[in-house]
Design a protein around this ligand. Structure first.
Ligand SMILES: [Zn+2]
Length: 247
């Protein structure tokens, strides 16, 4: 007796929390990855390998030599080429059964809203507050789940927001425009695997959301690489938040 060859999803199908139902939800889903840097490379790689049916990879930037330590989808021959296009081509080789759309341009509010509308979950691993606020506002407006992460030095953080913002916070409840002067990843030191760790954890959260596995909202998870410890901090919903107050 011959049995059917095991599919790449076999270990998900064997997992009680995912199973056939969860995996078909993952396969039917669209995820938007904003920022294909150190975080986005890791998130996108696991979303692709896990069989998320359609990935939108958004990054207007091109690869430079200083990216190569962290941005593991790229090599020296990719310098000067667009990250979104390169990542899409690379991940399609990893999993030819999914579809991937590369968006190698900076999206204005309208284009971003259109992209977010098409998606079930959004992952933001960008390195600046202006984009993070723009992405969060689009997710609140469209009622989409946002998985947000950042990394700097030996530290990383991660939080999941939405898709229901009525009683739970948004990214703007955590940070305000006044924080914009705080550190920005570009030009700062970062230990290479820390963004990879955060991006991988973001993929876990996105897959849990897509498969229908419950996860707490309004919790900021902080990783401190120096001590190797994780902490969790509650994010209160701000009564005066301009973005999610009336959501
Ligand atoms: Zn808010």
């Amino acid at each position: 007796m011959t049995s059917a060859p095991l599919h790449r999803d076999a270990r998900h199908l064997a997992l009680a929390q995912v199973g056939e139902q969860g995996q078909s939800r993952i396969a039917a889903a669209t995820a938007l990855v904003v920022g294909v840097g150190g975080i986005g490379c890791a998130s996108a790689a696991y979303l692709a390998s896990s069989g998320v049916g359609h990935l939108l990879l958004c990054d207007f930037d091109t690869v430079d030599a200083t990216n190569l330590g962290r941005q593991v989808l790229f090599g020296p021959g990719d310098i000067g080429k667009p990250k979104a296009t390169l990542a899409a081509a690379r991940l399609l080789k990893q999993n030819p059964e999914i579809s991937i759309t590369a968006i190698a341009e900076r999206l204005d509010d309208k284009a971003l809203a259109k992209a977010v509308d098409q998606t079930d979950v959004v992952l933001d691993g960008t390195d600046n507050f202006a984009t993070r606020f723009q992405v969060s506002d689009a997710c609140v407006t469209a009622g989409r789940c946002l998985v947000s992460g950042s990394a700097i030095r030996l530290e990383g953080q991660l939080a999941v927001f939405g898709p229901d913002y009525t009683n739970s916070p948004c990214y703007r409840c955590l940070y305000t425009e006044a924080d914009e002067s705080l550190s920005n990843c570009a030009g700062n030191g970062v230990l290479a695997p820390v963004p990879g760790l955060i991006g991988t954890m973001m993929a876990v959260e996105a897959l849990k959301f897509l498969a229908g596995i419950d996860s707490p909202r309004g919790v900021l998870r902080l990783y401190e690489g120096g001590s190797g410890e994780f902490r969790a901090v509650t994010i209160p919903k701000r009564a005066d938040c301009a973005a999610c107050r009336q959501a």
